[in-house]
Design a protein around this ligand. Structure first.
Ligand SMILES: [Zn+2]
Length: 271
């Protein structure tokens, strides 16, 4: 059976607590052999690390999500540096920028509040890039809304030291090429299976094997035929089936290319 890694899952979320053991069993049975649980703040990152200690197949990324920026401490670097030392912490993140949900668009503030919010996102993103560079880890990048140019601009000074995976990539081929030009890569979710996901399938078709990884982003974005339900790591299989079709390659070929990309990107992922 071709194996695939779920490189972006939020396994510490309460949605998974009731049947966690079965979720891991289903993942292994479906060939999702390694799972990376992505932290979204310090507590979530600590919970992700705890999961790595309970399950061989689970690894963690530690970071602070831009959507939680308002609650972030002034300086998250000391805590992240410490967490990053754990042998199964393979990346920094989830970090990046999110201009999609701003205070004013939520009816919770003015454009001045938006400015302060973006500024705080920028500060904690910068801090996470610095910790990544110091610890020799790469970054899991979230970018949503009109922030692609700002994201690239912030990563530019780290080129050659820190790579990013632009997760849940849903932009077009020219945008994908700008990511690859930074030495970074992209990863694709269940959106590739959606009826209205043709634009993402076009980007998949244009992305060379070896330059992308697969992820579920569970509990979100469950692929067809589970769309709208709780996602879980076993569903990488459905994503892989569609991506292999789009690339015109075998599942074995896709397995080799995506797992190799993940091993290169997450240096502490064990072979
Ligand atoms: Zn995520």
């Amino acid at each position: 059976m071709a194996v695939f890694f779920d490189t972006h899952a939020h396994l510490d979320y309460p949605e998974f607590a009731p049947d966690f053991a079965q979720i891991i069993e289903r993942a292994q049975a479906a060939g999702s052999s390694k799972l990376i649980s992505i932290g979204t703040d310090l507590e979530s990152s600590v919970r992700a690390i705890k999961l790595t200690e309970q399950h061989d197949c689970i690894y963690a990324a530690v970071g602070w999500h831009p959507s939680n920026a308002a609650e972030a401490p002034e300086d998250i670097r000391p805590a992240l540096r410490e967490l990053a030392q754990h042998p199964k912490v393979v990346a920094i993140g989830e970090t990046g920028l999110d201009y999609y949900r701003l205070p004013s668009s939520q009816g919770q503030g003015t454009t001045a509040d938006d400015g302060r919010y973006k500024q705080k996102q920028t500060v904690i993103f910068q801090q996470q890039l610095e910790v990544a560079a110091e610890t020799g880890l790469n970054c899991v990048i979230h970018q949503r809304g009109d922030c692609f140019a700002d994201t690239l601009r912030m990563m530019q000074p780290f080129v050659g030291r820190v790579r990013g995976v632009f997760h849940c990539f849903a932009s077009d081929a020219p945008a994908m090429r700008r990511v690859l030009a930074l030495g970074s890569l992209v990863s694709f979710t269940g959106i590739v299976t959606f009826k209205n996901g043709q634009n993402v399938r076009d980007t998949v078709a244009a992305t060379p094997l070896g330059n992308f990884m697969l992820e579920t982003d569970c509990p979100y974005l469950a692929p067809i035929p589970y769309r709208g339900k709780r996602g879980e790591p076993a569903y990488v299989k459905e994503i892989a089936d569609t991506v292999a079709q789009v690339k015109g390659c075998s599942l074995e070929e896709l397995s080799r290319a995506t797992c190799q990309a993940a091993h290169d990107f997450f240096p502490k992922l064990r072979a």
